[in-house]
Design a protein around this ligand. Structure first.
Ligand code: HEC
Ligand code: HEC
Ligand code: HEC
Length: 456
C-alpha cells in the first residue's frame, strides 16, 4: 500500500514538474519583416487603420466615452472580469515602447513583452494567420496615428489561484495555433474573391470567436473551413445565440443570397432579416459597415462557399398550410391565436413580414436556431436596430414581457417554430422563465456579462 502511494506521489510530482517546464518553456517567434517602403509610409498607416476596423480592435480596447484604444473595458470571462489593455502609444501605460516584434508577439501569439500569456478574450488564435505585412501596417497605425493617452491598465478581477497567468501559457501552447506555422495562404482557394473573404473572416474579422462552437477547454473546435464545425453556430453571448453561418437551409444562411449577407454586414438588415442581437449589431456598427463593398461581398461569397454543417436539427420546407389556416380564422393552437393578436400586424399571417420593414418568420435562422434564447429575449424585451451610415433610421419591435406570461410566450414560440414549414423543437415555459429572470437581473444591474457590456 505504502509503495503504491509513494509511486503515485512520485508520478504526481513528475507531472507537476512537467507541467511547469511546459508552461515556462519559451515560445519562439520569428522576427517580422519590415515592409519595403519603411515604417513611416503613409499608405502603410492607412492600411493599418482599415485593418484595425476589420479586426474591430476598438470594440474591446475603447471604452465608450473614453479616448480611443485607451483600454479599461470590462469583459466577462468564465473565471471573472478582465479588462482590455491600453494600446495607445503612451510610453508608460500603453504600447509606446513596444517594438514591431513585441507588437506582433502580443497580437498573433498572445504574449506580452514581459513574457506573460494574454487571456484569449483577446482573439489572438484568429489573428495568428495575419501575415507580416498586415501586422506591420497595424503597428504603423497604432504607433504613429493613434494619439498617446495615459491610462493605467487595470488588473483582472479574478481570485487566486485562477488569477495566476502561467497556466494560460499551457492553454495557449495546446490550443492556440503557432503563427509561424499558420500564415494565411490564399492559394488554398481557387477563387481570389473567396480567398479575400476567407482571410477577412478567419483572421482579422475573428468571426469564429463567436460563431464556432467551443470545446469544454474553451478553444474553438475548428479554426477554418476544413472542418464542417467551423462557423456552425457558437455559444450564447450576452443572451444572444451566435447563429450558424454555414449553408444549412434552416438555421444557417442556406436561403440567403450573397447580396443579403453583404447588406446585413453593411446595415444590420436586409430585405428579409434584421440583426437583433447586440453583439452582432456592434460588429456591424464598429467594424463591418466601414469595410468596402468589395470586401463585404468577398466575405459573403466566402460564407456562401461553406456547405451545410449537416448537423442542423431543423429543416425548412415552405408550407402554406399555416397561412391558409390563419387567414380562414382557424386557430388550432393557442400559440396561433397569440400570434394573430400580437405579431401578425407586422409579421403578417403568411410569416413573410414586409420587405425591408418587418423581417420574415418563415425560414429565419434566428427562429430556427436550436437554442431559442435569442427568440425568447426578443419577444420579452423587444429590439431596436442600430442606425448605420447607410440605414440611419431606427426601426423597432416592442417587448411583450408585460403582456404575455411564460406559458403564453412558450406556446407562441412553439407555434412560430413549427408554422409555415419551420421545423424546430418546442419552447418550454421554464426556458422562458430563465430568460425573463436574466433580463430582470440585468436591469437591476447585477454583474452579468450583459450588464458589463451595457457599462460600455
Ligand atoms: C474581443 C476583444 C478584443 C479584440 C477584438 C482585440 N483585443 Fe487586444 N486585448 C483584449 C484584452 C481583453 C486584452 C487583455 C488581455 C489580458 O489582460 O490578458 C488585450 C490585450 C492586447 C494587447 C496586449 C497589451 C499588453 O498589455 O501587453 C495588445 C497589444 C492588443 N490587445 C492589441 C490588439 C489589437 C491590435 C487588436 C485588433 C487587431 C485587438 N487587440 C483586438 C481584447 C481584445
Ligand atoms: C410593431 C411591429 C412589430 C410587432 C407587433 C412585432 N414585431 Fe417582430 N419585429 C419587428 C421589427 C421592426 C423587427 C426588426 C428588428 C428591429 O427593427 O429592431 C422584428 C424582428 C423580429 C424577429 C427577428 C427577425 C430576424 O431577422 O432575426 C422575430 C423572430 C420577430 N420579430 C418575432 C415577433 C413575434 C413572435 C411577435 C409577436 C409577439 C412580433 N415579432 C411582434 C416588428 C414587430
Ligand atoms: C462578438 C461576437 C460576434 C462576432 C465577432 C461576430 N458575430 Fe455574427 N452574430 C453574432 C450574434 C450573437 C448573432 C445573432 C444576432 C441575431 O440574432 O440577430 C450574429 C449573427 C450574424 C449573422 C446573421 C444575422 C441574422 O440576422 O440572423 C451574420 C450573417 C453574421 N453574424 C456574420 C458575421 C460575420 C461575417 C462575422 C465576422 C466578420 C461575425 N458575424 C462576427 C455574434 C458575433
Amino acid at each position: 500500500m505504502r509503495k503504491i502511494l509513494l509511486t503515485l506521489l512520485i508520478i504526481l510530482v513528475l507531472l507537476g514538474i512537467g507541467a511547469l517546464v511546459f508552461a515556462f518553456w519559451p515560445t519562439n517567434s520569428r522576427p517580422v519583416a519590415v515592409p519595403a517602403g519603411g515604417m513611416a509610409d503613409a499608405g502603410l498607416k492607412e492600411r493599418g487603420h482599415y485593418l484595425a476596423l476589420a479586426a474591430d480592435c476598438g470594440a474591446c480596447h475603447t471604452k465608450p466615452g473614453e479616448a480611443p484604444f485607451s483600454g479599461g473595458l470590462p469583459l466577462a470571462s468564465p473565471v471573472g472580469v478582465i479588462y482590455s489593455s491600453n494600446i495607445t502609444p503612451d510610453k508608460e501605460t500603453g504600447i509606446g515602447d513596444y517594438s514591431l516584434d513585441d507588437f506582433a508577439r502580443a497580437v498573433r501569439h498572445g504574449i506580452t513583452p514581459a513574457g506573460a500569456t494574454l487571456y484569449p478574450a483577446m482573439p489572438y488564435p484568429s489573428y495568428a494567420i495575419m501575415p507580416d505585412a498586415d501586422i506591420a501596417a497595424l503597428y504603423a497605425y497604432f504607433t504613429q496615428t493613434v494619439p498617446a493617452v495615459r491610462a493605467e491598465n487595470r488588473s483582472a478581477e479574478i481570485t487566486w489561484p485562477l488569477s495566476m497567468r502561467w497556466p494560460l501559457s499551457i492553454w495557449r501552447k495546446l490550443y492556440a495555433p503557432d503563427p509561424d506555422q499558420v500564415t494565411f495562404d490564399p492559394a488554398r482557394y481557387t477563387d481570389p474573391v473567396i480567398a479575400r473573404g476567407a482571410y477577412l473572416v478567419l483572421g482579422p474579422g475573428h468571426c469564429g470567436a463567436c460563431h464556432t462552437p467551443r470545446a469544454i477547454t474553451l478553444q474553438e473546435v475548428a479554426l477554418d473551413e476544413r472542418s464542417t464545425d467551423y462557423l456552425s453556430g457558437g455559444p450564447v453571448i450576452d443572451g444572444w445565440v451566435a447563429v450558424n453561418l454555414r449553408g444549412d437551409n434552416a438555421d444557417g444562411l442556406g436561403t440567403w443570397s450573397v447580396e443579403d449577407i453583404a447588406a446585413t454586414l453593411r446595415g444590420a438588415r436586409n430585405p428579409h432579416h434584421a440583426v437583433i442581437g447586440k453583439p452582432m449589431q456592434q460588429v456591424v456598427t464598429d467594424s463591418m459597415q466601414h469595410m468596402t463593398d468589395d470586401d463585404r461581398l468577398a466575405i459573403a461569397a466566402y460564407l456562401k462557399s461553406l456547405q451545410g454543417s449537416g448537423r442542423s436539427k431543423s429543416e425548412f420546407v415552405a408550407d402554406i398550410g399555416t397561412t391558409k389556416a390563419l387567414a380562414a380564422g382557424q386557430e388550432p393552437e393557442v400559440g396561433a391565436e397569440i400570434y394573430l393578436d400580437n405579431c401578425a400586424a407586422c409579421h403578417r399571417t403568411n410569416g413573410m413580414g414586409d420587405e425591408r420593414v418587418f423581417p420574415r418568420i418563415a425560414g429565419n435562422p434566428t427562429v430556427l436556431a436550436d437554442d431559442p434564447a435569442s427568440l425568447i429575449r426578443l419577444v420579452l424585451a423587444g429590439s431596436s436596430l442600430p442606425g448605420t451610415q447607410t440605414a440611419p433610421s431606427r426601426l423597432g419591435m416592442p417587448g411583450f414581457d408585460w403582456r404575455l406570461s411564460d406559458t403564453q410566450v412558450a406556446e407562441l414560440l412553439t407555434f412560430i417554430r413549427r408554422g409555415w414549414g419551420n421545423r424546430a423543437d418546442a419552447v418550454s415555459a421554464d426556458q422562458v422563465a430563465d430568460v425573463r429572470k436574466t433580463i430582470a437581473d440585468e436591469r437591476k444591474g447585477e454583474g452579468t456579462a450583459a450588464s458589463l457590456a451595457e457599462r460600455k
